[in-house]
Design a protein around this ligand. Structure first.
Ligand SMILES: *Cc1c(COP(=O)(O)O)cnc(C)c1O
Length: 391
């Protein structure tokens, strides 16, 4: 009897195509090009009349395995891999937009996404409106103007603010716009934007999908027609292709993704509860906590609070720096989703280029520390934070 394999089975098995050698692990096709048995075969492949690869910027068997596994995980028709998360965000925007178009985005975005929207798109005559992502009225007002594309991040980095994805999808579609969701912080395991109405989902595979701090990568997922017609030609000709080596690393990352996300989410929830009860912590931001202003929405659209939390130390930047500098186990690093726990001060690193007033409006306070919770023992991480929080 044929049944659909479960999530953990798909994470290990989906998409594998074995060579005639019958290797156990996915083969790494570390090659830029491919050879043909005859000139006629080369011509047929280029004409799309014969199956087969031609050049790794256009396709590669190791990449194909990664893309098929990602699509199965997300429940998307197709996935297309890119060299980094930013290559994915950039391609999604540039492939779909033209001069005169209007984009609406949530205000709280990854620093480089913010740069593309505010520094690059306007140079090509594309208008951008950013809104408080938590305010559905603000989305509605911005979408009263004809709009091509909506981009949002939920949970948002670094303040873990949420956007009601289903509600914004409804507003975007009513306005004739497509919705793109950057789902990095939630991961495909904790949130399904396509099921909530998004048209495209993007990931930085650098984060949880690798999950072990080894390489950069990105993915775009969605309907076959949209991706084949709009994204694939743009990516093929502009060339932000993922290295086959990185695709192989990411395939190995996917094998353990469910185990890591479950363990890291459970530890993050324990740390959030510990920090919330700590007398020298002013505020904890974690979607899994009842004190999160959008906890009800988190329960509705997420399967767990995630692996990232943020907290305010009070006492401004100096106090936040002194807490960070006292950490011994948790390293100071701006990456996230890693097996190793990492802490960062967003206002002076990932979001430092955003003007101060705008940063404050986004809730990125000077005393805010973001923690990406890893796979270490929860007790050890809690002890490290407790020690760092001395007066
Ligand atoms: C890291 C990140 C990106 C960019 O991904 P890279 O792989 O670093 O290019 C985009 N969005 C979010 C939310 C991220 O955390």
């Amino acid at each position: 009897m044929a049944t659909t394999p479960g999530l953990r089975t798909r994470l290990v098995q989906e998409g594998i195509v074995r060579s005639p050698h019958g290797e156990t692990s996915e083969a790494l096709y570390l090659t830029s090009g491919f050879v043909y048995a005859s000139a006629a075969e080369a011509a047929a492949r280029f004409a799309g009349e014969a199956e087969g690869y031609t050049y790794s910027r256009l396709g590669n068997p190791t990449l194909r395995m990664f893309e098929r596994r990602m699509a199965a995980l997300e429940g998307a028709e197709v996935a297309i891999a890119t060299a980094s998360g930013m290559a994915a965000v950039h391609a999604v925007l540039m492939a779909q937009l033209a001069a005169g178009d209007h984009v609406v985005a949530s205000r709280l975005l990854f620093g480089s996404s913010h740069y593309i929207l505010h520094e690059i798109l306007p140079r090509f005559g594309i208008a951008v409106t950013t809104v408080d992502g938590t305010d559905l009225g603000a989305w509605e007002r911005a979408l009263a103007r004809p709009t091509r594309l909506v981009l949002l991040e939920s949970p948002g980095n670094p303040t873990l603010e949420l956007v009601d994805i289903a509600a914004v999808a409804g507003l975007a579609h009513a306005a004739g716009a497509r919705l793109v969701v950057d789902n990095v912080l939630a991961t495909p395991l904790l949130q399904r934007p396509l099921a909530l109405g998004a048209d495209l989902v993007v990931y930085s595979a650098t984060k949880h999908i690798d999950g072990q701090g080894r390489c950069l990568g990105g993915v775009i997922l969605g309907e076959h027609r949209l991706i084949e017609k709009t994204l694939v030609p743009y990516l093929k000709h502009t060339g932000p292709a993922l290295s086959p080596f990185n695709a192989w690393v990411l395939l190995k990352g996917l094998e353990t993704l469910a185990l890591r996300i479950d363990a890291q989410t459970a530890t993050a929830a324990r740390i959030a509860a510990f920090l919330e009860g700590h007398p020298r912590v002013a505020r904890v931001l974690y979607p899994g906590l009842e004190s999160h202003p959008q906890h009800a929405l988190a329960r509705r659209q997420m399967r767990g609070g995630g692996t990232v939390l943020a907290f305010r130390t009070g006492g401004g930047r100096a106090r936040a720096f002194s807490v960070l500098d006292r950490l011994r186990l948790i390293a100071i690093s701006n990456n996230l989703g890693d097996a190793k726990s990492l802490a960062t001060h967003p206002a002076s690193t990932t979001h430092s280029r955003i003007p101060e007033a705008e940063r404050a409006a986004m809730g990125i306070a000077e005393d805010l520390i973001r923690v990406s919770v890893g796979l270490e023992e929860a007790e050890d991480l809690i002890a490290d934070l407790d020690r760092a929080l001395v007066p």
